[in-house]
Design a protein around this ligand. Sequence first.
Ligand code: NAG
Ligand code: NAG
Ligand code: NAG
Ligand code: NAG
Ligand code: NAG
Ligand code: NAG
Ligand code: NAG
Ligand code: NAG
Ligand code: NAG
Ligand code: NAG
Ligand code: NAG
Length: 816
Amino acid sequence: MRTSVLLLGASSALVAARIDPYMMYGVPIGGLDIDDESIVISTGTTVESDDSTGAFNSTQPAIPTAAPTLPSTPGLAEPCAVVSSAVKAIPSGSRKIIPAELGIQCLRSVPLDKQGNVQLLEDLKIYIQWQSNLAYLKNPPAEYTESPVDLMAEIESMKRQLSDNGYNNEYEFQLDLNRLFNRAYDNHLTWQPDILASVMQFQRPVGSELVSVSSDGNALPEIFSYQDILLAKKDPSFKPSPVRTINDEGVVEYLRKVAIQAGFHDADTRWNALFPSQPLIASGMTYLGSFRTGQYSSPNTTMSFVNGTTKSSLNLAVVLKDFDGVNNGDTFFKKFCSGPTTASTTATPTSSARPTSTSSSSSIQTPEPSHTGYPKPIIINPNLSVGGYFLNDTGYDDLAILSIPSYESPDVQRFQNVMRDFIRLATEAGKTKLIFDMRGNGGGNAILGYDTFKQVFPQADQEPFGGTRYRAHEALNVAGQVTRDFSGNETYAQKNATAFVENFGRTTQDDVFLFTVGFNFEHQLNVKEEKFNSWEQMFGPEVANGDQFTSTLRYNFSDEASYTYPGFSVIGFLENANETSTPQPFRAQNIVMLHDGMCSSTCAIASELLKNQGGIRTIVVGGQPQFAPMQGVAGTKGAQNFGWDDIQVRMQIIYFLGSPEQQAAWNETALGRTAFAEQLFKRSAYSSSGSPAGGINLRDNLRANDASKTPLEFIYEAADCRMFYTAPMINDVTVLWKGVADRMFTSGGSNSTKAQCVEGSTGGTSSVSGGGQAKSGEPPRSSEPALSSVAASIAVGSCLWKWAATSAVMLGILHF
Ligand SMILES: *[C@@H]1O[C@H](CO)[C@@H](O)[C@H](O)[C@H]1NC(C)=O
Ligand SMILES: *[C@@H]1O[C@H](CO)[C@@H](O)[C@H](O)[C@H]1NC(C)=O
Ligand SMILES: *[C@@H]1O[C@H](CO)[C@@H](O)[C@H](O)[C@H]1NC(C)=O
Ligand SMILES: *[C@@H]1O[C@H](CO)[C@@H](O)[C@H](O)[C@H]1NC(C)=O
Ligand SMILES: *[C@@H]1O[C@H](CO)[C@@H](O)[C@H](O)[C@H]1NC(C)=O
Ligand SMILES: *[C@@H]1O[C@H](CO)[C@@H](O)[C@H](O)[C@H]1NC(C)=O
Ligand SMILES: *[C@@H]1O[C@H](CO)[C@@H](O)[C@H](O)[C@H]1NC(C)=O
Ligand SMILES: *[C@@H]1O[C@H](CO)[C@@H](O)[C@H](O)[C@H]1NC(C)=O
Ligand SMILES: *[C@@H]1O[C@H](CO)[C@@H](O)[C@H](O)[C@H]1NC(C)=O
Ligand SMILES: *[C@@H]1O[C@H](CO)[C@@H](O)[C@H](O)[C@H]1NC(C)=O
Ligand SMILES: *[C@@H]1O[C@H](CO)[C@@H](O)[C@H](O)[C@H]1NC(C)=O
């Protein structure tokens, strides 16, 4: 019995650049995989910021008063057995909440799977070959603010640690591996395993959310209870007192330690990620911050306030799985660590539609969609990913705001229409200034990032650069070669209809085309927007920073297969070619981006084009309490992500196109090992759509004319201006938008006194106003210079030959 291509249904052929909400710390439940009907999630985690009754008190789940007690003598009672009986005692319909300390004891009782973990690390080494920026993580340029990490070497070292009995239990191992991934601070590169991510989730109690608040937007912020700030709006006589210590440590020091778990490459953004996100809550995603929800920290949280009051509460674990039959670490392992129980990985193409029953979907389906807590929009995408607003107050009546909390839109056409219609309505209404509020935006459909730029720069000479590249490794090379053969109708499976049906089942050649089009040299353009003549020309490799990369690739926005959104035309191209005659709707100096650092992937694509091609300035809000510049974009700046299954399905497709001889040869190489890896999929957590929760950054995003070809996340970019949140801004987004306008726009407005930016935050040489538009990357730290592309092609001549020869011998695939 031959298995045919396995994963098509669970995967997507569209170029997506996003972070899965599943992987975001600070999202209590939304997006988690809850297949088990017996688990009912109460609304306790949903913050209704316009709920005047105080959501926290009314929805505070009863913390078990008779909290299950911990086994007093270790060994006497198995902690997982205590969890199991505690969960059974909780009435159905209630959230399954146990003390965090009990939860962690259960997780720590799961025995180490030494053999399995060695295999897992081997799988990861194969899959991480696809991570575009390994060499830059290992050896970053001087301007990169984070510490280097050599992922491959660290994985090797973990293998040694396993064989030296360096781990006590499975949880400890998973945590160590998770922390390693985290040190890349790339939220496309994630590994979320079963124990850490799918059995229980640690939380501080409802109501313990914090915020960082400044008295006037420029003074250094202090830490307050988020609930206090909401309360003070309703009762102006209530004066919240700042938090002084948490668990006996200074609040700032404590929070800096907690913040480290967020996957952003900038400490100020990790700081912001500690707190509830106004735009994400508005768009229906209950992002309450990594302080409230994240990894296990301690049994309880004790806060002391400046006024002398101290509050202490038990930390919690929300149990997500059915503990029936689990009575110790061994039975835990058998039940939860043996791979997905559902048939999710063999979903058929027709079942690929994502279930819409997330906790946030009910609010999306209300007749009149709106952003929770925001004013009435002029126009909004029902998906809530984009909405347009006007402020009508005197002094701000020339202002239009596009709030874009997400690029995740099931209907990209609708997203484009909402944005285009709003810009038209705004110019017709005489608005001359535009704020792109991109706070919290974790990305989504990559094409919308390029389209956002064209919406405000529709003219023909504003071609989005959008240069990307892959890491050039062996499996990619084979994929490109087989894809070329596929185009020529020359693969074994195409020549043998029986074999094709046997291997691909209902998957058609059109499907195969779509899934492999990213490797198809005929549908990519080179840096000068010319066709590649061959796969070899596209593949290169070019050498930089001691690693190998493909040529710089650009999309052909007149070729749907190139950007993979059939039927969708970017503004200025194909169906929308007419838009090149639309006048630019706003002058560049009258547009600003509002960032909080969390902008990632597709959002980073848009921001790169707006800033470095369009000359659009940035204001950033929040960050650590210090007078200093802050970066606007600190999520991954990679141009495309692949989940583990995205990689595997493509390697299976390539494999099944081959002849029996090719297949036998490939089985000895990365291609076969990728196509048939099991342990990685066995130990992954899964999202509600059935995808394994993790993956890599596939393509670096590059800057036009940057000879160093530095992946963008390693180029430091200060915003033009920074402000801190004030309490009124947290309670009313229009106050925030006015704060932006006060600082960024003066000319033409009725307000002649320009408000100040945070001391020391302006004039950064990488900001637009500091002359940093289109600034190139710096060479990496080591003595090894980045080769210019001309030098590179000469220098790697011999290497290229060796590479091809090796593949020919090892794979035997070049000419059959
Ligand atoms: C929350 O509950 C506490 C204690 O029961 C009470 O003192 C407080 O007024 C309540 N707050 C709100 C907003 O209802
Ligand atoms: C002190 O401040 C905290 C936080 O605002 C508040 O909850 C508490 O009631 C205050 N204590 C007193 C005695 O006012
Ligand atoms: C909180 O935890 C600490 C350390 O485990 C303990 O000393 C303290 O008594 C606990 N406080 C409460 C209120 O549970
Ligand atoms: C501004 O006026 C428009 C049109 O009357 C309205 O739809 C919109 O909600 C108003 N904006 C705010 C922030 O009140
Ligand atoms: C929009 O829809 C997609 C797909 O249905 C979903 O994953 C995403 O969370 C939605 N975004 C928002 C902001 O609601
Ligand atoms: C590809 O080859 C098969 C088998 O020879 C043939 O049936 C099919 O028509 C060819 N397709 C194209 C597009 O040439
Ligand atoms: C075509 O494929 C089938 C199924 O794999 C195989 O049995 C058959 O021998 C192949 N035919 C040729 C001519 O290779
Ligand atoms: C881009 O794609 C269009 C449509 O397929 C094609 O006509 C055009 O030649 C392509 N551009 C280049 C430079 O190949
Ligand atoms: C251009 O054509 C598109 C699609 O037909 C249409 O939606 C759009 O309104 C047109 N734009 C202009 C400026 O006429
Ligand atoms: C390649 O490996 C897979 C998975 O182990 C196996 O199913 C397949 O039969 C192998 N193919 C060949 C030609 O040996
Ligand atoms: C104008 O700027 C000043 C100084 O920051 C501020 O106090 C005022 O509220 C702003 N807005 C208007 C409409 O005057």
